[in-house]
Write a new protein. Sequence first.
Length: 187
Amino acid sequence: MVSITAGSHALGPESGRLLVNTTRTGLGAKAGHDLTIEVTRWRGDATIDIADPAGSSVTVEADAGSFEVREGTGGVKPLSDSDRREIKRILQEKILHVESHPAITFRSTRVSGTAESFRVEGELTIVGVTRPVTVQGVLAEGRARGSAAIAQTRWGIRPYSAFFGTLKLSDEVEVRFDVGLAPAPER
């Protein structure tokens, strides 16, 4: 049984989490870390039509400068605070270019599935490039949970590499969300 209310729902850090998971590859992969990065400033709106999922829609805008490294697994040594600061700097300056592209946006173009399990097709804009993406998710216990696989190169992003290319981030990153669906406040 789905306990989700039809209508408009405000989304953001106060209602849940938006995470990016990276993995490493290359000959030097053992030296690096698989990262869990949280987007700390974002907002969105989900309009849910339980009777007709195609009448549903989602928009999300994330502050590209608000990515914070929450966890690093693997690696030769634990992730230090200095490592976290350096990763954030690289993300902002060399990967997401936040000075010229401060926001990452998603806008649904089609919603399908059931009240329990859904698929959202939409347009994701990163570093000024817009490409289609598909999100898979479930609704349960008043929450929406799901994920999308994002190949960085489709948006013109060269995955980070170090040590002369022997340590690289995998091209594909996973974006995950877990949000409560409280009705949006009356305007």
